[in-house]
Design a protein around this ligand. Structure first.
Ligand SMILES: [Zn+2]
Length: 357
């Protein structure tokens, strides 16, 4: 199969395969799609595909060109990515190594990070772009998370428009709406989609990242984002998030209002490790499991390893409650997105749950 090392993305692979076979690959591609789905991995494979010494379409991964590009150490490959202006050379080297080792593991940079492009570096980039390739068939410039680096791309705009010597640009972004129109208009877009839970589970198992149960849980919760699945497993958020959400439901359904208040307070204090969205998602999954239990179809449960808790929860709610909680959680997520105080949102949800007793 074409581009085997890139997980899923059958549609994008088919399109790329056709473009490569027919020799119509555009000189600038913009890979876009949600976070953690393999845009960087795909970009690296495209650089290999146009330079592989043994295949025109399906990079072998073993030839000299493929291996150098995989290690992000090819003299004709330039990789530009957002990092703070204060990043030390060792830190940059570490990030490049991590990216080469497993691009899916490298998280999106912090939202507020924008990267200035010093004039000298821009000149150097343009100068290098104008040179013929040292040893590659085509020089390749990869620009990851391009929406963070308007200066970088502006400095290269002319080159992007008319790349010399068959140079290939592959840009990636998870926020195509934030990419400058001048860049969008010069690239052919190619959309990548979320990964399936099955694919994520298989990857985690295959790489020995987790046992069967944890791999399945992380895959179900990751929302098609493999980077997030790794993060959840590494941080212990998988277990803590789930426990916290169950505790929230337990206190809401059988605790006193004082206990509810205390819990909401402590949750807000501890929230540094846990995103409210993730927390809500866990809660929805618990409720969904209770619903399946009520319907007599418990096999599809996410919390398949916590049957006692699911059965207890199902005994505490009915169909009407489930419906109510689902719609209220949607509202809560919107409020959180609008930066409404998390404690207030939680207390409101608790009162909705306790009224349904
Ligand atoms: Zn090769």
């Amino acid at each position: 199969m074409f581009f085997d090392e890139v997980i899923g993305q059958t549609r994008a692979k088919r399109i790329l395969e056709r473009l490569l076979i027919s020799g119509r690959l555009p000189h600038a591609l913009l890979l876009h799609g949600p976070e953690g789905i393999g845009k960087k991995a795909m970009a690296i494979r495209i650089a290999m595909a146009v330079n592989c010494l043994t295949s025109e379409v399906d990079p072998c991964g073993a030839c000299n060109a493929c291996r150098k590009i995989l290690a992000l150490g090819h003299p004709d490959l330039t990789v530009l990515y957002p990092r703070p202006a204060t990043a030390k050379p060792e830190e940059e080297a570490d990030l490049m190594r991590a990216m080469a080792e497993n691009p899916y593991r490298v998280s999106q940079p912090a939202r507020n990070l924008t990267i200035p492009m010093p004039k000298k570096r821009a000149q150097e980039l343009r100068r290098r772009a104008a040179l013929r390739p040292f040893e590659a068939k085509r020089k390749v410039i990869l620009i990851f998370d391009v929406d963070y680096m308007p200066d970088t791309v502006n400095a290269l705009l002319k080159t992007l428009e008319e790349p010399p010597n068959e140079m290939l640009f592959v840009l990636t972004t998870s926020r195509p709406g934030s990419v400058l129109p001048t860049i969008l208009s010069r690239c052919q877009p190619l959309g990548l989609g979320r990964l399936s839970a099955e694919d994520i589970e298989q990857v985690l198992l295959g790489q020995g990242e987790a046992g069967v149960e944890r791999a399945r849980l992380a895959a179900k919760l990751a929302d098609g984002n493999l980077t997030r699945a790794y993060e959840m497993l590494d941080s212990g958020d998988l277990e803590q998030g789930r426990d916290a959400a169950f505790e929230f439901l337990r206190i809401s359904l059988e605790g006193t209002s004082v206990q509810a208040l205390e819990w909401a307070e402590s949750c807000v204090k501890n929230k540094k490790n846990r995103s409210p969205e993730q927390f809500m998602k866990w809660m929805l999954l618990w409720i969904r499991d209770a619903f399946l239990q009520l319907q007599g179809i418990p096999d599809g449960a996410t919390n398949f390893d916590r049957t006692t808790d699911v059965v207890w929860l199902a005994g505490m709610v009915d169909d009407r409650t489930v419906e109510h909680v689902l719609s209220e959680t949607e509202v809560a997520l919107e409020r959180i997105a609008r930066n409404v105080n998390l404690q207030l949102v939680l207390l409101h949800l608790m009162s909705v749950l306790s009224k349904n007793r």
